[in-house]
Design a protein around this ligand. Structure first.
Ligand SMILES: [Zn+2]
Length: 342
């Protein structure tokens, strides 16, 4: 995910409707939870399992494209999704990053109940940013980072949702099929805030972020893929995480935002899911929305102040020490509950 300057520039260029100018403070408390009807109870989301999947990915080392740890972790994710009984496809692709590196990427697409007509997509990115360019400690600036929350936690929550669904007997299956789609190369983008000393070789030719989702949006797998909506998970593992109602999500999938945030409130997770609307960011959901899947981004946003991202974002402090299973429980249980009430 990226800082707001390039993001706002790009979104403005793409003639997205911006509801707030960058100098304005994000809107506060523009909505409230609504009362619930009787809900179907989803199976329990196991946060310890999600924590273990996070730790396992981090233990491979930074999942930076072209590195052996990246290949090994990708193989691991594919193997786990197959083990859970999902139908798994891999989408290899090549791309050039802003610094001229030719990378070998791989999107991973796993389908639960592939025959179901009604579908919900769970998106996440599984790669790690190659450099801690937002690091405050000069000695660690641009060093490799673990990407425990930014990358691993979201893929881990998606894995645990897949495992939980795969365990259910047929009579306990939800009414919708679920697709776990893990994008590669989300996080090797050019950040004008921290990398103005570098040249963006992709300037004028395309967005340097979200290379995997951009590729998938142009070459969908499965072909002609459709889902009623998508839920993008990004940075969903940190202690005291907060999720706000992000602008691009509201523009494209407001009713789904309402459904998710109301469900979280009903489950008692309003301390994580804040009824606060915040400005658009550039993330994989920009491209999944363009691909026709109305998508909501659940990502960690500071609860107050003017920063778009928490302090660990693109810093070496994004390691297992900040990961809290309680945050993953709030996200995973909410998403499962939403799925089970379709
Ligand atoms: Zn990132």
């Amino acid at each position: 995910m990226k800082n707001f300057l390039p993001r706002l520039a790009l979104l403005a260029a793409a003639t997205f409707l911006l509801t707030a100018c960058p100098s304005e403070k994000p809107a506060e408390n523009t909505s409230q939870p609504s009362a619930s009807a009787d809900q179907v109870k989803a199976p329990a989301f196991n946060a310890d399992s999600a924590y273990a999947y996070t730790a396992k990915q981090v233990a491979f080392g930074p999942r930076v494209p072209n590195k052996p740890a990246h290949v090994a972790c990708g193989n691991y994710l594919v193997a786990k999704l197959k083990q859970f009984g999902l139908s798994v496809r891999e989408q290899p692709f090549q791309a050039m990053t802003f610094d001229g590196t030719q990378i070998q990427g791989r999107n991973i697409i796993a389908q639960y109940q592939p025959q179901a007509a009604r579908r919900v997509a769970i998106f996440a990115h599984w790669d790690t940013r190659p450099f801690a360019d937002n690091e405050q400690d000069k000695a660690k600036l641009n060093k490799p980072m673990d990407g425990a929350s930014d990358g691993a936690s979201a893929a881990a929550v998606a894995l645990e949702i897949a495992r939980t669904l795969g365990l259910q007997p047929e009579k306990m299956a939800p009414n919708v099929g679920v697709d776990v789609i893990l994008f590669d190369a989300e996080d090797w983008g050019y950040d004008t805030g921290t990398q103005s000393n570098l040249k963006n070789q992709l300037e004028g030719s395309g967005d340097s972020w979200c290379l995997g989702s951009q590729y998938w949006a142009k070459n969908k797998v499965p072909a002609n893929y459709k889902a009623e909506y998508g839920i993008l998970l990004d940075m969903v593992g940190a202690k005291d995480g907060h999720f706000t109602r992000e602008g691009t999500s509201l523009q494209n999938a407001r009713s789904v935002v309402d459904k998710i945030w109301n469900t979280a409130a009903q489950l008692g997770y309003s301390n994580y899911f804040l009824f606060k609307d915040t400005d658009p960011i550039l993330d994989d959901h920009v491209y999944t929305n363009q691909a026709g899947v109305p998508t909501v981004d659940i990502y960690d946003h500071p609860p107050y102040g003017t920063e778009f991202f928490p302090a660990y974002h693109h810093a070496t402090s994004d390691n297992m020490s900040i990961i809290d299973p309680k945050t993953m429980k709030a996200v995973g249980q909410t998403v499962l509950q939403v799925i089970y009430n379709e």
